[in-house]
Design a protein around this ligand. Structure first.
Ligand code: ZN
Ligand code: ZN
Length: 269
């Protein structure tokens, strides 16, 4: 059976400092889910746990003032008969490959997603200047570090693995970085993803790529599929407008990878 579009496990509310839409509230998000027949959704606001000292010694931008009390202020999440609304977060990995969520706080989350491709935050996640070759090496090291981290099997998602933030200066740069990582290395990493029972997030702007570019973006996901990894959908919506565009993008991603229900990651069942 074809992979059903019935969930979204990467959604921000306007508690995330980068989400400024006043309508992007838990209620607004639940309405989006109900309208589109999503049975399970998860709130994943940006979060750094103050119990973990970042390598930089202080936090900046997105992670300043986004502590546990802030993201928990969304609770209790509204529920409906058709949609279960779960509570999680989008954590972070810093420059020293440290994950910014303490074990005690992980236990309070129904689902945790960690990005390895937020390479747009100088000093917090990356050194000031890096070549594309260095970014490709860092991509591999960060993903490998995530796969060694103390995170729960069946409840951990790897966010936007092909995100353009890995090389944010010029749009095509992230494609060049992805091309530099050999199949053998990706195979090694995705076998580990399968072993750890982490989920692979489907979250890329499929409509923005030319057919050739799309092949570059799809290659890691095809290798993940080959390795037996399982996938979940993440809109990464920060606004109601982004929510609206999500279902069509979900369909196109699932079709491009020819996924079935057996390929689905199920953190809530
Ligand atoms: Zn992210
Ligand atoms: Zn996000």
């Amino acid at each position: 059976m074809k992979f059903q579009i019935d969930h979204d496990y990467h959604i921000h509310s306007n508690l995330s400092p980068c989400a400024k839409d006043p309508e992007q509230t838990p209620q607004g998000i639940l309405r989006y889910a109900e309208k589109n027949g999503l049975k399970q959704i998860c709130l994943t606001d940006h979060f750094w746990d103050t119990a973990v000292t970042p390598a930089l010694g202080y936090l900046s931008g997105t992670y300043r003032n986004n502590d546990l009390a802030c993201i928990r202020s969304a609770l209790p999440l509204p529920q409906s008969e058709r949609t279960a609304f779960h509570f999680g977060c989008e954590g972070e990995m810093d420059l020293s490959f440290q994950i910014g969520i303490s074990p005690a706080v992980i236990k309070q989350m129904e689902f945790v997603i960690i990005p390895t491709t937020h390479l747009h935050m100088p000093k917090l996640t990356v050194p000031e200047e890096l070549t594309l070759e260095q970014r490709a090496i860092l991509y591999v090291h960060r993903l490998n570090a995530l796969l060694e981290a103390d995170l729960p099997a069946g409840k951990t998602g790897i966010a936007h693995l092909t995100c353009s933030l890995m090389a944010p200066k010029n749009w095509p740069d992230h494609l060049r970085v992805l091309e530099m990582i050999p199949d053998t290395v990706l195979t090694h990493l995705f076998r580990k993803v399968r072993e750890r029972d982490f989920g692979v997030e489907l979250n890329f702007p499929v409509e923005r790529y030319s057919p050739e570019e799309l092949q570059t973006v799809l290659r890691p996901y095809f290798i993940a599929k080959e390795c037996g990894c399982r996938f979940y959908l993440g809109s990464d919506a920060h606004t109601q407008k982004e929510c609206e565009g999500a279902p069509e993008r979900f369909e196109r991603m699932v079709d491009s990878l020819d996924l079935t229900e057996e390929n689905k990651y199920r953190p809530f069942t």
